[in-house]
Design a protein around this ligand. Structure first.
Ligand SMILES: C[S@@+](CC[C@H](N)C(=O)[O-])C[C@H]1O[C@@H](n2cnc3c(N)ncnc32)[C@H](O)[C@@H]1O
Length: 246
């Protein structure tokens, strides 16, 4: 039996050789606290995902949350969407995340809610989907696999359905990188992360979280087939995009 979810203290102590960040058991147990304290406007982003999904979801279709982690976004969606013909599906490559996500499934036994393990770097196909969500997940996919993934999502989305994409981004103009980084680190300090925690986490992520600029993300969405694309949210180096299939 896994321990209960914990506070994020993963990088609190000095680590001699900081290992590459992974979504292992330790990360999964601390994830909910980590997300709230590391992602600016995290709960507002969840609210925007719910609002956008409610507006574009269609009866008798699926909502996919790719990189669903502990299932928090899907639980918010289940709470907000009363149509019982909708199927909710969470996909993640981390079995530790999925174990935590599945734990609370019994609370949603009157919904059609399933979780599945899949590495999004590998080919996949979906069908009859009106909403697909990639909340801070595409940034962890190998850059060369991002377009094929978005193309397969586009293929499985029904007309008027859409993809909600939230990503850490780098600024269009490199001169702004130090400023955005400074503001982001100030946010993390306000969330009671120390300088040591911030620098060790940054080191751990540097080869696995690869952000693109907002314009490169929009180009990928267009190349994958989405005709209507728009940035709906930005806070310095974080942005949300909506892409609708016409
Ligand atoms: C930063 S978390 C975001 C979680 C969640 N979407 C949220 O709203 O907080 C990224 C998630 O993507 C998953 N992930 C990372 N690489 C993946 C891959 N190659 N295939 C599937 N899931 C992946 C991780 O396990 C993790 O749960």
């Amino acid at each position: 039996m896994m321990k209960e979810k914990m506070k994020d203290v993963i990088y609190k102590k000095k680590i001699q050789q900081v290992p590459t960040f992974t979504f292992n058991r330790k990360t999964a147990l601390a994830f909910d606290d980590m997300a709230k304290r590391s992602i600016p406007f995290y709960s507002q982003i969840q609210d925007m995902i719910v609002g956008l999904s409610q507006s574009i979801v269609q009866p008798h279709t699926s909502i996919y949350d790719f990189g669903c982690a502990t299932g928090e976004t899907l639980r918010c969606l289940c709470d907000a969407i009363s149509d019982r013909t909708i199927h909710f599906s969470g996909i993640d490559s981390s079995r530790d995340m999925l174990r935590l996500a599945s734990r609370q499934s019994h609370l949603y036994s009157d919904h059609s809610l399933t979780f599945g393990c899949h590495d999004l770097n590998r080919p996949m196909s979906i069908k009859n989907t009106s909403v697909a969500i990639l909340n801070l997940t595409l940034q962890f996919i190998n850059p060369s696999n991002r377009l094929p993934l978005l193309q397969s999502i586009h293929k499985g989305i029904c007309p008027s359905g859409g993809l909600i994409l939230i990503e850490k981004i780098h600024p269009e103009n490199e001169h702004l990188t130090p400023l955005y980084t400074h503001l982001y680190h100030s946010f993390k300090k306000d969330q009671h992360y120390s300088d040591l925690e911030i620098s060790q986490k940054k080191k751990a992520l540097e080869t696995v979280l690869i952000p693109l600029s907002a314009s490169d993300n929009l180009t990928l969405l267009k190349k994958s087939g989405f005709t209507i694309t728009e940035c709906f949210f930005q806070w310095y180096n974080f942005a949300g995009f909506i892409a609708i299939k016409s």
